[in-house]
Design a protein around this ligand. Structure first.
Ligand code: HEM
Length: 529
């Protein structure tokens, strides 16, 4: 008699069953051999815990960490992921094992939309990343560059204040999310390639709207939980249909970026003769970041020029990373201050004391505005723009006594770290006073407050981001009294965020401001009104 196992279909079923048992029991077997972090049982075959993550993964991970601990392992598809939820373990990842944990996971979005990971934020740890990051730190984000671009930031913030003033005089409500976004975008694009997309009255053109829509799309798509990123053999099937959307966004954004580069190439030809009459310093001042990149040798070879695709990827990165982050923070700060009028009052009293009512706030005033700084820290704490830092290990390491092998995806859940009871009393309350007189800062040395991350992958735009957030918030609080549209109670403001590379407010904040300074202080330089 033929044994059942000589029948090929029985054999197939038996092999499939064995694979399934192996898949489900593998964490258990491994836990016996090596001490691996606890975590939820991967209920779903193939998908593991992916279906349980939901739309706000940072919140899901936060709740799971309450059950499984501050180092937690999950099976996401065929990918091993570790989630870190406390300041102490964040320190182990970002400081003790900084180099081992300094790479990024390989995601489809970066291949399709960032020219094969030619940018900085998604580039794996290595020479290209090191070279491009250094370039940005030196040529765009250095203290010297920030000093020389101070006026353009002041101008853009003045335009925003003037625009809000105009709307408030007309008794209209203001969508602050758009206003802040457009201001940040103008600042970043002017610093990068001397171009502003939104004019002084924010009467945006179709071109500006399209560019903005594309940048928002890029940031959202780059942050999605894509099955193909967690189950690589499903990549060719693109089950969620993201790839065509990403390709379409990339081809449209490429038109913008190519045009910017072409214009710079043309300009440099026509100004090269004029440059003979300028001294070197003037020439340097006249250059923007795109000019600098066009004049540089290729990263790895040191000869030839930087590839156009690399320049485009880095520009896309800077606009994507630099725009939404600061705008989102200021919007959340306004929301929290509307819900906490005593904190709003204190901030405005401080502004009146330090600045008075005969001039507007300048970047140089920020260091004097201690309570405003505390508000910014508290806003970063409760509403970090990047809720999950996404890293990948390039070697083995041990965190909290748990083994983390190479190629593990590591999420530092900043959202959970900032709510950790070991670091803060009443962590869910908005209370800026907790930072008054405190030494805790956001510069990556205090692991209970990590809005910019820490270590090698820490945000290179920290200085610019901090200036933008403080300046915008200070100007808005100094210039206006803030109210919600009639009939709306501040306690009813919807506090949900959207998960992506950043976490903006899901429903944009609409407000009805009234002026609180003399009229002449609302007249922005260079405007016709
Ligand atoms: C409030 C403002 C900002 C916040 C809160 C912020 C936050 C962050 C965070 C959390 C990271 C990831 C760190 C990690 O993975 O460990 C990051 C990375 C990055 N940020 Fe920012 N950022 C801000 C503004 C900016 C600005 C203004 C720029 C540039 C114009 C910028 C450019 C970048 C880049 C290029 C990276 C990738 C760094 C790398 O992978 O090496 N950011 N930022």
């Amino acid at each position: 008699m033929r044994s059942q196992f000589q029948n090929p279909s029985y054999l197939l079923v038996a092999v499939a069953a064995l694979m399934m048992v192996h898949y489900l029991m593998e964490p258990w077997f491994r836990q016996r051999r090596l001490r691996i972090a606890p975590g939820p049982f991967p209920i779903w075959p193939v998908l593991g815990s992916l279906p349980s993550i939901g739309k706000l993964p940072h919140r899901t991970f936060y709740h799971l960490s309450k059950k499984y601990g501050d180092v937690m392992e999950l099976k996401l598809g065929s990918t091993r992921a570790v989630v870190i939820s406390s300041p102490d373990f964040a320190k182990e990842i970002l400081k003790t094992h900084d180099q081992v944990c300094a790479s990024r996971p390989d995601v489809v979005a970066a291949h399709v939309m960032l020219y094969g990971k030619k940018d900085i934020a998604f580039a794996p740890y290595g020479n290209h990343w090191r070279h491009m990051r250094k370039l940005c730190e030196l040529e765009l984000l250095s203290a010297k560059r920030l000093r020389s671009t101070k006026n353009l930031r002041s101008e853009e913030v003045s335009f925003m204040v003037k625009d809000v003033y105009k709307l408030c005089k007309e008794g209209k409500g203001v969508n602050m999310q758009s206003r802040l976004y457009e201001t940040s975008m103008n600042v970043v694009t002017r610093m990068l390639f001397k171009r502003r997309y939104f004019d002084n009255t924010r009467q945006s053109t179709a071109e500006a709207e399209e560019f903005k829509e594309l940048v928002v799309k890029l940031v959202n798509l780059a942050g999605v939980f894509n099955l193909s990123d967690y189950i690589p053999y499903l990549k060719p099937f693109d089950l969620q249909g993201y790839v065509p959307i990403m390709k379409e966004a990339n081809s449209r954004i490429d038109r913008f970026l190519s045009k910017i580069i072409e214009e710079h190439v043309e300009d440099s030809k026509s100004t090269s003769t004029a440059a003979d009459h300028r001294d070197e310093e003037e020439e340097e001042e006249a250059k923007d970041f795109v000019d600098v990149m066009l004049s540089l040798p290729a990263a790895e070879t040191g000869s030839g020029r930087l590839e156009k695709n690399t320049i485009k990827a880095v520009i896309a990165d800077m606009i994507g990373a630099g725009t939404d982050t600061s705008a989102t923070t200021v919007e959340w700060a306004l929301v929290e201050l509307l819900r906490h009028p005593e904190a709003m009052k204190k901030a405005q009293e401080e502004l009146d004391d330090v600045i008075g009512s005969e001039r507007v706030v300048d970047e140089g005033d920020i260091s004097e505005l201690k309570y405003l700084q505390a508000i910014v820290k508290e806003t970063f704490r409760l509403h970090p723009p990047a809720t999950l830092l996404s890293h990948e290990s390039i070697g083995d390491c041990t965190v909290g006594g748990y083994f983390i092998p190479a190629k593990t995806r590591i999420f530092v859940n900043v959202w959970a770290v900032h709510r950790h009871p070991s670091a803060y009393q009443k962590p869910l309350e908005f209370n800026p006073s907790r930072f008054v007189g405190s030494q805790i800062d956001v510069k990556g040395l205090d692991f209970q407050l990590l809005p910019f991350g820490s270590g090698r992958r820490m945000c290179p735009g920290l200085r610019l981001g901090l200036i933008m957030v403080h300046l915008e918030l200070a100007r808005l609080l100094h210039s206006f009294t803030w109210k919600l549209p009639a009939g709306q109670d501040p306690q009813d403001i919807d506090m949900d965020e959207i998960f992506g590379l950043t976490a903006p407010k899901a429903i944009p904040l609409h407000v009805v401001p009234t002026a609180r300074l003399p009229l002449h202080l609302y007249t922005a330089p260079g405007t016709t009104h």
